[in-house]
Design a binder for this molecule. Structure first.
Ligand code: CA
Length: 289
């Protein structure tokens, strides 16, 4: 399969997409551009909000607007006025860290992780519960990235990119507790580094490959690669299912750290791409707070 360009956004670090079903729009971020984007696939209109800091992920919020995981912690974001309001910064004592990828679980908790860089395991994975309280769940993380839940809500999948692994945990949806850590996929040589991830309705994992020019569909039961969506950009960062029937896979990419040569061979770096892979996704869960 080949991904089609949807928006030549020229984002520096396109990331963190989520589908806002109520409004029929894709929320996505440009981490290094400090932007939250609202893309309407029907009109192809893209509006962006400058949030004044790096922002790793944004999700719809049940009490209105959105919540985001950003450089300075968790924030509420008004999608109309662009106003932000800090909820909590669990890493105020680690000013060089920033939030990266995040997503809500099927019960409406917002999970998001932090990072410094690949040489330092000083990142962590946090969970913000429906009462807006934040707890640290995992530490010693290098680059906290993709996460999602199985269609039966009994498994949580998680990626710390430099490990090249996808971890799985037994998931207790009523408490949000994880247990039984194991590795379900080890990305072989010849692939990029696993980055953002989403689960489809059949329980298969769609994993964006940083420096891999693709999104792969993987079976977490066997660890096998099942299918590939080629993207004409090396730094493929994340993906999410959207559209009225959740049958469209939206893919974000980045243009950071490209050489002059790379820029010529990847003119669409930083663009937003789409493919209809012939399978439906699981939905984007809304933060319940
Ligand atoms: Ca990422």
């Amino acid at each position: 399969m080949e991904a089609k360009l949807l928006l030549d956004a020229k984002a520096r670090l396109g990331e963190g997409p989520s589908w806002h079903a109520e409004q029929g729009i894709l929320l996505w971020v440009d981490i290094d551009g400090h932007q939250v984007h609202l893309f309407n696939p029907k009109t192809r209109e893209d509006r962006s909000i400058d949030v004044g800091q790096q922002v790793g992920a944004v999700v719809p919020c049940a009490s209105g607007g959105a919540v985001m995981a950003a450089k300075h912690g968790f924030f509420k974001l008004d999608l109309v006025t662009g106003e932000t309001e800090q909820i909590f910064d669990p890493e105020e004592h680690l000013p060089a860290n920033r939030f990266n990828d995040g997503k809500c679980d099927p019960a409406g908790r917002f999970w998001a992780g932090t990072m410094l860089n690949r040489n330092h395991s000083v990142g962590a994975l946090y969970c913000m519960d429906k009462d807006w309280s934040v707890i640290k769940v995992l530490d010693q993380i290098q680059i906290s990235n993709g996460l999602d839940w199985s269609p039966d809500h009994q498994t949580m999948y998680y990626i710390d990119s430099p490990t090249r692994q996808v971890l799985a945990f037994d998931y207790d949806l009523s408490s949000g507790q994880i247990s039984g850590k194991r590795t379900v996929i080890h990305m072989p040589d010849g692939h990029g580094e696993p980055d953002g991830m989403t689960v489809d309705a059949e329980g298969m994992l769609w994993i964006a490959e940083w420096n891999g020019y693709k999104v792969g569909r993987w079976n977490p039961a066997s660890g096998e690669l099942l299918d590939v969506v080629n993207v004409p950009v090396a730094k493929v960062s994340s993906c999410i299912f959207g559209g009225d029937r959740l049958d469209e896979l939206y893919i974000t990419t980045a243009s950071v750290d490209l050489s002059a040569e790379d820029r010529v061979s990847q003119p669409l770096a930083g663009g937003l791409f789409i493919v209809k892979p012939g399978v439906q996704g699981t939905r984007t869960y809304t933060f319940a707070g």
